[in-house]
Design a protein around this ligand. Structure first.
Ligand SMILES: Nc1ncnc2c1ncn2[C@@H]1O[C@H](COP(=O)(O)OP(=O)(O)OP(=O)(O)O)[C@@H](O)[C@H]1O
Ligand SMILES: [Mg+2]
Length: 320
């Protein structure tokens, strides 16, 4: 959590206060914050957490390395409540215990696991209203996301709130949350964008330069801060010309990298190809190319399919 004040977001914060107010009053609520990378979803979740300071708050973030581990995120979210597993009705207890590797045997179907998660969370909320914050839902393993979406669709008067954040440009994860109330987080309004720029840029920003940065970033707070940090005080004050392409900062590049890594392997290869061609035309490296190359290095395009796969040698353990 950052202590720096939010620029703008009055409407969004009011909605989140209403969300926590609903849970506090004994009802339930579900909400999905959808928006591009760097738009401020996590900051809004921070606001919700602060707004629910008198309630129970459980928070989990999707993490890329655990994206392939079934039920990893659900396990992290439910960990503080796991002693309640014993109190669940037997089929639900067995289903959750199986999903979390507490018992051996086949993993039960998602319906029972989702139901078990709902019973567990509702039981915890019975003691004190509970707000669950699920950040970066696009990085959640598929099974956890499905189970949590299942819970969110079945909330009643449980004193339980589920708030998700997901990048809007990822069709898959956002689609898994379909049917839930959604708040699309867009760029900051002009006044708030100017305010953030004035706060974050080192020195004076000439009005024309501010307009250019805000237009180029479409009010994305991360991009605003990063782009202005990449310019010299002279450029910001309009004492020196701006480059044609405003410089991407390292964090912004990381965000694009993250997005590239979410793409299917074939799309990453295509992106790499397109970026390479663009770089060739301009004689300069473009961020998309760097992102795609790094994503390629991360190993995802191993799934490239160009005809039948050749058999690979077995490892010494005998596994492939
Ligand atoms: N309204 C705001 N006022 C000031 N700073 C903001 C605001 N919104 C976001 N920021 C800053 O912009 C950066 C990105 O915000 P944040 O991490 O919340 O984005 P995000 O939407 O969660 O991105 P991602 O999809 O990559 O997780 C952070 O440094 C954050 O502090
Ligand atoms: Mg975030």
């Amino acid at each position: 959590m950052t202590s720096e004040a939010l620029a703008g977001r009055t409407v969004e914060c009011r909605l989140l206060d209403e969300f926590t107010g609903t849970v506090r009053s004994g009802l339930s609520a579900a909400l999905v914050l959808v928006g591009e990378a760097g738009i401020g979803k996590t900051r809004l979740l921070d606001h919700a957490a602060a707004s629910a300071a008198d309630l129970q708050v459980a928070r989990v973030s999707g993490v890329e390395p655990e994206r392939g581990l079934a039920f990893a995120a659900l396990h992290r979210l439910l960990r503080p409540f796991l002693e309640r597993v014993e109190k669940l009705p037997e089929p639900q207890r067995a289903a959750l215990a199986g999903a979390f590797g507490l018992t051996s045997g086949a993993v039960a179907d998602l319906f029972l696991i989702g139901l078990a998660a709902l019973t567990l969370l509702a039981g915890a909320a019975d003691e004190r209203p509970l707000v669950c914050l699920v950040d970066d839902a696009h990085w959640l393993d598929r099974e956890s996301l499905a189970a949590l979406a299942f819970v969110a669709r079945r909330l009643h008067a449980d004193r339980l709130g589920l708030l998700f954040s997901v990048r809007g440009d990822e069709a898959g994860p956002a689609a898994a949350l379909a049917g839930l109330p959604t708040l699309t987080v867009t760029g900051l309004p002009a006044e708030a964008a100017h305010d953030l720029l004035a706060r974050s840029a080192p020195g004076r920003v000439a009005p024309a330069v501010a307009e250019r940065i805000i237009a180029d970033t479409r009010g994305n707070p991360l991009a605003l801060v990063e782009l202005s940090a990449g310019l010299s005080a002279e450029q910001l004050a309009a004492g020196a010309p701006l480059p044609d392409r405003l410089p991407l900062g390292r964090r912004l590049e990381e965000h694009f990298l993250g997005r590239a890594r979410l793409l299917p392997a074939a799309t990453q290869s295509l992106l790499l190809l397109a970026a390479g061609r663009a770089a060739g035309r301009r004689g300069t490296a473009v961020a998309g190319g760097r992102a795609a190359r790094a994503a390629t290095r991360s190993g995802r395009p191993r799934g490239r399919r160009r005809g039948p796969e050749r058999p690979r040698p077995r490892s010494r353990s005998g596994t492939r």
